[in-house]
Design a protein around this ligand. Structure first.
Ligand code: F6P
Length: 346
C-alpha cells in the first residue's frame, strides 16, 4: 500500500515531526510513503519524492518542512482537481495525509466530500484558529518566540521610558497575541475578537504612567482593526492582492498604532514587527510531542481507512473529528481568555 503526505499553507514548527511520525508508523505496517512536494501543487504538477526511513531520520527537531509548502488551491486552477485525482491514481496512491490549516484542510474536506478522496488531516498553524481541536501544533513555538521578544522589549522599554508596540501574527484571530501578552505581562493587548478603541488603549497607557510606570508594552495582533470612539474602523493590510484562498495580506497595524499612541499620549513609542521569525526554527518540546501524537493518530486513521477525519486534541486526549467540522468556522479567542489578559491592562 502507498500513502502520500503533503504540507500546505504557511510553514510551521513541527511539520517535520508529523512527517516522521506518520512515516514511521506506516513503514512499520508495511506501507510505502511518498512526499508530495509543496502542498497541493505537488499533486497538481505530479511532484512526488520517496519518504523512506532514511529521509525521515533526524528531522524531528527541524523547523520548516522537508517536502516544501505552498498556498496552492486546486479548486481555483483550471483542471486542478482533475490533475490531483489523476496523479493520485497514476502514482498508485491509496491514501493521503494532508497537514495544514483551514485552507489546506478545506481542500481536503471538499475532495473527500465531492470525490470520495481517501484523505485524513493533521491540524497545523501557528494561528491556533482551527475548530475541533484545542490546539494546533506550531502555536506553542510561536507563543514562545513572542514571549521571549516581549521579555526583551521590557528591559529596553524600561531603560528609555518608552511605549513598545509589538505586532504579532495570528491572521483574523488573536490567539498568539493573547497568550504571549499574558505570558509576557503586556499592559494592553489588542485582538480582532475583542476590539477596544484607540482612545481606550491610550487611556490604559496614561493610567499606567500616572501610577508611576514610565514604560508600557502593547501587543497587537496583525488582524486587529483600528477602532475609534467616533465609530470609524480600519483594517491595515499590505498592498498585494489576495492569495489563492482569498486572504488579504495583513501587517502594518503596529506602525499605525504606534503613531497614534505617540501623538495622543506624548510618550515616545517604538514598534517591533515579529513577522516570520514566529514561524521559523525548531519546535518547542510541547510542539514536538503534539506533532508526534498527531502524526501517529493520522497514520492510524489511514490504517483503519477513516477517510475525511482529522487528528485533534481535546483536553489531553488525541481524538479524531471530521474535516468538515474542523474547517467549518474559525476558532476565535473566547471572552474568558480575553478577561485574563484584560485583568492586567493599565
Ligand atoms: O497562517 C499563518 C500566517 O503566519 C499568519 O499568521 C500570517 O498572516 C500569514 O501566515 C503570513 O503569510 P505569508 O507567509 O504568506 O506571508
Amino acid at each position: 500500500m502507498h500513502a502520500g503526505i503533503l504540507t500546505g499553507g504557511g510553514d510551521c514548527p513541527g511539520l517535520n515531526a508529523v512527517i516522521r511520525a506518520v512515516a514511521r508508523r506506516l513503514h512499520t505496517n508495511g506501507w510505502d510513503v511518498v512526499g508530495v512536494r509543496e502542498g497541493w501543487r505537488g499533486l497538481v504538477e505530479n511532484k512526488l519524492e520517496p519518504l523512506g526511513p532514511r529521509e525521515v531520520s533526524g528531522i524531528l527537531p527541524r523547523g520548516g518542512t522537508i517536502i516544501g509548502t505552498s498556498r496552492t488551491n486546486p479548486f481555483k486552477l483550471d483542471g486542478g482537481v482533475d490533475a490531483v485525482l489523476r496523479n493520485f491514481t497514476e502514482n498508485s496512491l491509496d491514501a493521503l495525509v494532508a497537514i495544514g490549516g483551514e485552507d489546506t484542510l478545506g481542500v481536503a474536506a471538499r475532495l473527500h466530500g465531492e470525490h470520495d478522496f481517501p484523505v485524513v488531516g493533521v491540524p497545523k498553524t501557528i494561528d491556533n484558529d482551527l475548530s475541533g481541536t484545542d490546539y494546533t501544533f506550531g502555536f506553542d513555538t510561536a507563543v514562545w518566540v513572542c514571549t521571549e521578544a516581549i521579555d526583551r522589549l521590557h528591559t529596553t522599554a524600561e531603560s528609555h521610558n518608552r511605549v513598545m508596540v509589538v505586532e504579532v501574527m495570528g491572521r483574523h484571530t488573536g490567539w498568539i497575541a493573547v497568550m504571549s501578552g499574558i505570558a509576557g505581562g503586556a499592559d494592553v493587548i489588542l485582538v480582532p475578537e475583542h476590539p477596544i478603541t484607540v482612545e481606550d488603549a491610550c487611556s490604559e497607557i496614561t493610567r499606567r504612567h500616572a501610577r508611576g510606570k514610565d514604560f508600557s508594552i502593547v501587543v497587537v495582533s496583525e488582524g486587529y482593526e483600528l477602532k475609534y470612539a467616533s465609530g470609524e474602523q480600519r483594517q491595515v493590510t499590505q498592498e498585494e492582492g489576495l492569495d489563492a484562498f482569498g486572504h488579504v495580506r495583513l501587517g502594518g497595524v503596529g506602525d499605525e498604532l504606534a503613531r497614534e499612541i505617540q501623538e495622543r499620549t506624548g510618550y515616545e513609542t517604538r514598534v517591533t514587527v515579529l513577522g516570520h521569525v514566529q514561524r521559523g526554527g525548531s519546535p518547542t518540546p510541547r510542539d514536538r510531542v503534539l506533532a508526534t501524537r498527531y502524526g501517529l493518530k493520522a497514520a492510524d486513521l489511514v490504517l483503519s481507512g477513516s477517510w475525511g477525519r482529522m487528528a485533534a486534541l481535546q483536553g489531553d486526549t488525541v481524538v479524531d473529528v471530521s474535516l468538515d467540522e474542523a474547517t467549518a468556522e474559525l476558532k476565535t479567542v473566547p471572552p474568558a481568555w480575553y478577561d485574563v489578559a484584560q485583568a492586567f491592562f493599565g
